[in-house]
Design a protein around this ligand. Structure first.
Ligand code: NAP
Length: 247
């Protein structure tokens, strides 16, 4: 396969696992990262050690110029076949009556606007309407979109609700242009994101609330992402897939 997959936030956690899984399936991978160059370089080195191809590109998805740069670098690398809109942030645990406007704007800018802008750039390249050869987009949502995350981060949950709606709308918009668009809603997954919310042990502490009574791994999300990217999912579009141990 001579197809490029962009994974935003590919340096750590679910994005890292997805980058490695996509490379295993033959994609040339563009590993986006916000600031942790060492982590992104490690992902590239791991892919290259297995004879895969990857490059790391710094891209804060909250900055449009960074997104344009990311896609330009991807264009130099090969023909874009897949985008995984994985980059996303939580903030410190808070009630809505404590949230500042700055917090909300940052959250929506990274989680929602960033994903939509990346999808815009992908559609410009993949859509048969624009002379492209088609492709796939997988958006990383969260079960928070259905739970609402009261008392924790309702803003984050709302941003993921927007991703779900965006997934359905974009999928239908480009359904005859060779592009499939789907989303995954991960449950409690063992990554660094819980530490950035101020609670490093959050996933394990809440594992008892999951019907399967355990947290999930980044690989378990990545497996679902690469299936959605594959031809095995050729009739799947506009779908939002819970990968959450039953939660
Ligand atoms: P993580 O371990 O905290 O990793 C975050 C990744 O995103 C890193 O590669 C980071 O880059 C990158 N990133 C952070 N801010 C960014 C920005 N502004 N622009 C571009 N990249 C940025 O997170 P994760 O748990 O793997 O989460 C990945 C996705 O899954 C997110 O969308 C999250 O909402 C979703 N999710 C996670 C869980 C969970 O339990 N872990 C559950 C549901 C949904 P650097 O390495 O450069 O910092």
């Amino acid at each position: 396969m001579d197809s490029v997959a962009i994974v935003t936030g590919g340096s750590r956690g679910i994005g890292r696992a997805t980058a490695l899984a996509a490379a295993k399936r033959g994609y040339k991978v563009v590993v986006g990262y916000a600031s942790n160059k060492a982590a992104a370089d490690e992902v590239v080195a791991t892919i290259e050690a297995s004879n895969g191809k990857a490059i790391a590109v710094k891209c804060d998805v909250g900055v449009e110029a960074d997104i344009l740069h990311l896609f330009k670098e991807a264009d130099k690398f090969g023909k874009l076949g897949a985008l995984v809109n994985n980059a996303g942030v939580v903030d410190k645990t808070a009630r809505v009556d404590e949230m500042s406007a700055e917090r909300l704007v940052r959250m929506m800018n990274i989680n929602v606007v960033g994903s939509i802008l990346c999808a815009r750039e992908a559609v410009k390249r993949m859509s048969t309407t624009h002379g492209g050869a088609g492709g796939v987009i997988v958006n990383i949502s969260s079960v928070a979109a259905t739970l609402g995350s009261p008392g924790l981060y309702v803003d984050y949950a709302a941003s993921k609700g927007a991703i779900d709606t965006f997934t359905v709308g974009l999928a239908r918009e480009v359904s005859t242009e060779g592009i499939r668009v789907n989303a995954i809603r991960p449950g409690l997954i063992d990554t660094d994101i819980h530490a950035s919310g101020g609670e490093p042990d959050r996933a394990h502490r809440l594992a008892h609330m999951v019907p399967m009574k355990r947290v999930g791994t980044a690989d378990e999300i990545a497996n679902a992402v690469v299936w959605l990217m594959s031809d095995e999912a050729s009739y799947v579009t506009g779908t939002i897939f819970d990968v959450s141990g039953g939660r």
